[in-house]
Write a protein that binds this ligand. Structure first.
Ligand code: SF4
Length: 407
């Protein structure tokens, strides 16, 4: 009997003990007619427990949506704007500093820079606005903003959509990690009538190429899978396996976000059904079983209100970036749950919620993965978080750091 033809119980048992699953085994587990969700989740919890004990992490962050101008049109997106649209913005240097100061005062550790894809390639008005800030490009603005964050003891993590190697190499010197959701390897979702049809930067080959480049540049990297936008179960499996293969080649994937589609008003997919909690829980559990233990599995709790315990039960080990001071600008209708409530949800399951840095120990403790200039701010943030026993201690720990750190 081969591993592929094992009874499902033995397949689950092997996965729970860390055996690597091939595509056929993964498809058997993912299939709705396969194991019940609780059995998948139980195996995922066992795997998590063996690798991480009882610890669930989150990153206290301040969110800086540097610009919502974007050259793509994803059918589910309520964030993107073109210049002149109602609600279009680009953060000025003054606004960046103001937001960073709020994050610093609240005890945040991560400064998350998130923005639309390559706006300067299509919007001359945006290029002119950058010029008024004294910046020649988005990457200039990002690099300046990241340095401002570091000076305040905040550790930058940037998701700026597709970046080329030169841009990543530059941002690597002022970011402790970078990110890009792979979202899906499905070419089908890029066809006419599908959600990525008008989004050239969502072509799987482009996103896979950036993941490869980040690995070659030794950048700790966050990826993710978006579910519920029309993909098949097999396409979900293939996306997770593609991320696993990338990590196997480069050792750089620090975490994988399992993000569920939410239908936003005034978008082409406003009336589309959202994935149910069972689908999300199955996918989280599957991710835990397919990915190596060193890769953290995360799901945003604000996109599944009231379901934090179900997500914990599905085997995730990280709740992602949670901000005590800024909204989720990408999903503005979905506020983050209060950190106290998340700590209680963890405690109810015998788990402990702990803050973390936006770069994990696996990369932090290896010199090749971090620019030398970032080591001191990371160590200072690590010492600060060591004082935090409960999320409510964050602001007090922040008060103990110097007003401005030097780079
Ligand atoms: S999801 Fe990202 S790439 Fe797509 S339109 Fe929105 S901001 Fe642009």
């Amino acid at each position: 009997m081969t591993f592929a033809t094992l009874p499902i119980e033995r397949l689950l048992d092997g996965a729970a003990r860390g055996q690597t699953l091939g595509r056929d085994e993964a498809l058997r587990l993912a299939d709705a007619a396969g194991p019940p969700t609780e059995a998948l989740a139980e195996a995922a919890r066992a795997r998590r427990g063996a690798a991480r004990g009882q610890v669930i992490t989150y990153s206290p962050k301040v969110f800086l949506p540097l610009t919502n101008l974007c050259r793509n049109f994803c059918d589910y997106c309520s964030f993107r704007r073109s210049p002149g649209d109602e609600g279009a913005w680009t953060m000025s240097p003054g606004q960046v500093v103001e937001q960073l100061e709020r994050g610093r005062a609240a005890g945040c550790v991560e400064a998350l820079f998130c923005l639309g894809d390559t706006p300067e390639s299509v919007f001359p008005a945006y290029r002119r606005e950058l010029g008024t800030f004294g910046q020649a490009s988005t990457v200039d603005h990002l690099a300046w903003s990241a340095r401002e964050a570091l000076e305040r003891g905040l550790l930058p993590h940037t998701n700026a959509g597709i970046l080329d190697a030169a841009a990543m190499e530059r941002l690597r010197t002022v970011n402790v990690s970078l990110g890009l959701m792979l979202e899906s390897v499905s070419e089908r979702l890029c066809q006419r009538g599908m959600p990525h049809h008008r989004a050239p930067d969502k072509r799987p080959a482009r996103r896979l190429a950036m993941h490869e480049e980040a690995g070659r540049l030794r950048i700790p990297f966050t990826s993710g899978l978006l579910i519920g936008i029309g993909e098949t179960t097999a396409e979900r499996v293939d996306t997770l396996l593609a991320i696993r293969d990338l990590d196997a080649r480069h050792d750089h994937i620090q975490e994988v976000i399992i993000q569920n589609f939410r239908a936003h008003p005034r978008t082409p997919m406003a009336g589309r059904p959202e994935p149910d909690l069972d689908t999300l829980a199955r996918t989280v559990a599957l991710a835990r079983l397919l990915l190596p233990d060193r890769v953290h599995v995360q799901a945003p709790p604000n996109l599944s209100p009231g379901a934090s315990q179900a997500l914990l039960d599905a085997g995730l080990d990280d709740l992602g970036g949670i901000s005590p001071v800024t909204p989720d600008y990408i999903n503005p209708q979905h506020p983050w749950p209060h950190l106290d409530a998340l700590a209680e949800a963890c405690a109810a399951r015998g788990l402990e919620l702990r803050p973390r840095l936006p770069v994990y120990e696996r990369h932090l403790d290896h010199p090749a993965w971090l620019d030398p200039a970032l080591r001191a701010p990371c160590e200072a943030a690590r010492r600060r978080l060591a004082q935090v026993r409960h999320p409510r201690d964050l602001a007090a720990a922040a008060a103990s750091r110097p007003a401005q750190a030097s780079l």
